[in-house]
Write a protein that binds this ligand. Structure first.
Ligand SMILES: [Zn+2]
Length: 121
């Protein structure tokens, strides 16, 4: 419950039409994406459709969540991005970091990621 509260604060489900945060979950669409409905104006929307590029703001939020030692699956779900995209993004970031940390596989190990990105090294 504590985490849910935390997530709601960084990912408020705001209506794209009227910017109200009085939104409720409204089932799933054909692509199995969470659908929302605005109680203010009745607009239905999906939080972050896959077709739209992922905003820098979302990426910043993801960076912060990565520091919270959460699983990629959970971060992907909360941030509204696909897990495969998130894994690619993390791998890409890892490739940009000087090789101060040695990781055997090309999939980032999470404790190394935390050390690199959260200033613990
Ligand atoms: Zn609205």
């Amino acid at each position: 419950m504590r985490y849910d509260f935390f997530f709601k604060r960084i990912f408020p489900m705001r209506c794209p039409a009227c910017d109200s945060d009085r939104t409720i979950k409204n089932g799933f669409n054909a692509l199995n994406k969470q659908n929302y409905r605005c109680k203010q104006c009745g607009r239905q929307f999906i939080l972050m459709p896959d077709k739209e590029p992922i905003s820098d703001e979302t990426k910043d939020r993801i960076d912060r969540l990565l520091c919270e030692r959460m699983s990629l699956a959970r971060i992907a779900r909360v941030a509204g991005v696909s897990e495969s995209w998130l894994q690619r993004d993390v791998n890409k970031k890892y490739a940009e970091v000087p090789r101060a940390v040695h990781v055997k596989k090309n999939i980032v190990d999470r404790s190394s990621w935390n050390a690199m990105t959260c200033g613990l090294l």
